[in-house]
Design a protein around this ligand. Structure first.
Ligand code: SF4
Length: 679
């Protein structure tokens, strides 16, 4: 009988940047099952999150009404009361000047939500203080690949893995963090392609690798420089490609001539012969792709690491051809889209720079407003501004900085001092504890809109269920506040209308429309016209910037070095079962059963030194704080290293992280944290 009411709705996975197509099985306004489909990217594959972690949608914990803090307690309020209060506080803050308002947008909201959010902060908030969690994951990709190639995105499509003769995976635990891409890499390796893996932990892919380089954390730059030195020594550089398609090679070569493979290998802690073997394997195969993630980006030298991957691809001519490229694997489902939509302080939609007067004039005309002149603050600067009182009004849409940002104690202290904080979310989170107003929003299954996955593919979300209580669409909430303040340009009736506006101001999205996606068109940006499917791979005839630029990147040691007081180095990261700060995945009992507890991975030999048994609770202490968690033994982690997932608010690995930011991308160093442990 119940199945008589079933319907199936095709949409996109709300978790990682792979962007798998999901079929949601709906009975009585509830998701009862999810199954895979041929889809655009996943060929019937799904990981445990996409397949099973859907209980959060109908969770009784969902926010259903606006909440206003009164006498220290969040109390239910009407939309009218909540929106009036937010509008009034925003008006008050604006009177303090252009740095007094700031917004954190969201990589788990749609393109349409992100577009409206950044437009709201810029035109109603009159400031460029808008950023989102890309600052914590791939800001160095956006900055580094923009310098080398002119645009910061995955250059290949996921299905080009099937064409590669060699795959070089560095700083990415792909089978856990991008499981479907990890599976495709393994499938390709089984069909005979070579696999090189460089990663401080012996991850699953290392078992399949022809060469596995267990590098010390924070040594990506010397790893790539050493491999390039080996390629030059063997005369395997692609001279034609270098001459015809690049610039800056002479200075780069001069720098490379100061290095040796042995010297680089010593810094990385690997055998120089293994480094040579990896380099020659990569250089001698015809088609090859580099895949990297936050093991490369989350460092004080993240931008240098990214530019070094670009140098390696250009040196061997493995870019701009099908099956050849540099592939940053974006973490969250729509982190690519949130960047594309201009949820970044220095970029309007389509990476059009706020510092370019022609760009500003174009948007002023399109939006019929005067745009702010200030240089916007980044995420970490916004939190600092909240703490020092320069930011008086903070709007957080779908982010949980209390768990995700570095140096949790610092974030909490800043938010404790905050003048006014609005959080728009689907659940109460660690961050709503500091909110003055909480606004209930839709989840992915309640929305129409689009996500852009890691391979630049724009995909359609379809509404499958009704939202609980009085929750609203993210873009609608923002538009209502804008309208209360008399702003023009927020009278949208649908996500489709918003996409039409996006297409009109964003060159790389010119050909995108919901209608085309509904009709089954497959679109990857840049899509410059309505009859184009966009680009399967980037930089085919020329780089986005014209010539590809060789950039010199020398080794700069991480700020944190093991010492007597803190003799171990901690890396943080993600695990297969959880997404970001667990607000969604922890509400699926099966997921919690297998991955409900935080843990610290430690080499059994290290544990022996400290008289620790597997499963013992230990305290991990860094110069910034301490946390406790159970130990889990892993022989594949170096004796000098530890690993902790950052997902768990209840243990909070980010109490330990922090330190000097990458000077260009302003990304924090999550991967090299000096710590001590005690039982
Ligand atoms: Fe696919 Fe990623 Fe979702 Fe897993 S989490 S189903 S790999 S999109």
């Amino acid at each position: 009988k119940p199945f008589a009411y079933a319907k199936t709705v095709q949409t996109v996975c709300p978790y990682c940047g792979v962007g798998c197509t999901l079929n949601l099985k709906i009975i009585d306004n509830k998701i009862t099952d999810i199954y895979s489909t041929e889809g655009n990217v996943n060929d019937n594959l799904l990981c445990v999150k996409g397949r099973f972690a859907y209980d959060f949608v109908s969770s009784p914990d969902r926010l259903t009404t606006p909440l206003i803090r009164k006498n220290g307690v969040l109390e239910e309020a009407s939309w009218e009361e909540a929106l009036n209060l937010v509008a009034e506080k925003l008006k008050e803050a604006k009177a303090e000047g252009p740095q007094a308002v700031a917004g954190l947008s969201s990589a788990r909201c749609t393109n349409e939500d992100n577009y409206v959010f950044q437009k709201f902060i810029r035109t109603v908030g009159e400031t460029n203080n808008v950023d989102h969690c890309a600052r914590l994951c791939h800001a160095s990709t956006v900055a580094g690949l923009a310098k080398s190639f002119g645009s910061g995105a995955m250059t290949n499509s996921i299905d080009e893995v099937d064409l590669m003769d060699v795959m070089f995976v560095t700083g990415s635990n792909t089978t856990e963090t991008h499981p479907v891409i990890g599976a495709k890499i393994k499938q390709r390796q089984q069909k005979g392609a070579a696999l090189i893996v460089a990663e401080p932990r012996k991850i699953e892919l290392a078992k399949y690798a022809d060469v596995y380089l267990q590098i010390k954390p924070g040594t990506n730059v010397p790893l790539l420089n050493g491999m390039m030195r080996a390629i030059l020594d063997a005369g395997l550089e692609d001279k034609n490609f270098i001459n015809e398609r690049t610039e800056g090679y002479a200075a780069f070569k001069e720098f490379m001539d100061t290095l040796t493979v042995e010297g680089c290998a010593e810094i990385c802690g690997v055998d120089p012969e293994d480094m040579r073997k990896a380099a020659l394997l990569y250089a001698t195969k015809d088609k090859g792709g580099i895949f990297y993630s936050m093991g490369v980006t989350q460092h004080k030298t993240g931008t240098d690491g990214v530019m070094s991957t670009a140098n390696l691809a250009m040196l061997t001519g493995k870019i701009g051809r099908e099956g050849c490229g540099v592939n940053p694997l974006r973490g969250q489902n729509n982190v690519q889209g949130a960047c594309d939509m201009g949820a970044l302080p220095g970029d309007l939609p389509g990476y059009q720079k706020t510092a370019n007067p022609e760009v500003v004039e174009k948007f002023e005309k399109a939006w019929d407003v005067k745009l702010p002149q200030n240089a916007g603050k980044t995420l970490t600067e916004i939190i600092n501004g909240v703490g020092d009182g320069t930011v008086k009004f903070l709007y957080v849409m779908g982010e949980n900085p209390v768990v995700s940002d570095p140096d949790t104690n610092h974030v909490k202290h800043a938010l404790e001092k905050a003048n006014f904080v609005v959080v728009q979310d689907i659940f109460l989170t660690e961050t709503t504890e500091y909110a003055d107003v909480v606004l209930p929003a839709f989840v992915y299954a309640e929305k129409d809109g689009t996500f852009t996955n890691t391979e630049r593919r724009i995909q359609l979300l379809r509404k499958a269920v009704e939202a609980p209580g009085e929750a609203k669409n993210d873009w609608e909430i923002i538009s209502l506040i804008a309208q209360k303040l008399g702003a023009k340009g927020f009278d949208f009736n649908s996500a489709e209308e918003i996409m039409d506006e996006i297409a009109s101001v964003t060159p790389s999205y010119t050909g995108v429309s919901h209608e085309r996606l509904r009709n089954g068109d497959r679109i990857q940006w840049p899509c410059l016209s309505k009859d184009s499917e966009g680009a399967k791979f980037l930089h085919a005839e020329k780089f986005t910037r014209g010539l590809g630029a060789f950039m010199i990147a020398d080794y700069i040691p991480p700020e944190d070095q093991a010492d007597e007081k803190y003799p171990l180095i901690l890396m943080t990261g993600r695990i297969l079962q959880h997404y970001h700060t667990r607000t969604m995945t922890m509400r699926t009992p099966g997921i919690e059963e297998i991955a409900g507890d935080p843990f610290v991975e430690i080499n059994p030999e290290t544990a022996k030194e400290y008289d620790i048994n597997e499963g013992d609770f230990i305290t991990v202490t860094s110069p910034r704080g301490n946390v406790s968690a159970k130990t889990r033994f892993n022989k594949g982690i170096m004796e000098t290293n530890l690993f902790m997932p950052f997902h768990y608010g209840n243990s909070g690995a980010n109490h330990l992280t922090g330190g000097e930011l990458d000077p260009i991308a302003k990304i924090p160093p999550f991967k090299v944290v000096k710590v001590n442990i005690s039982k």
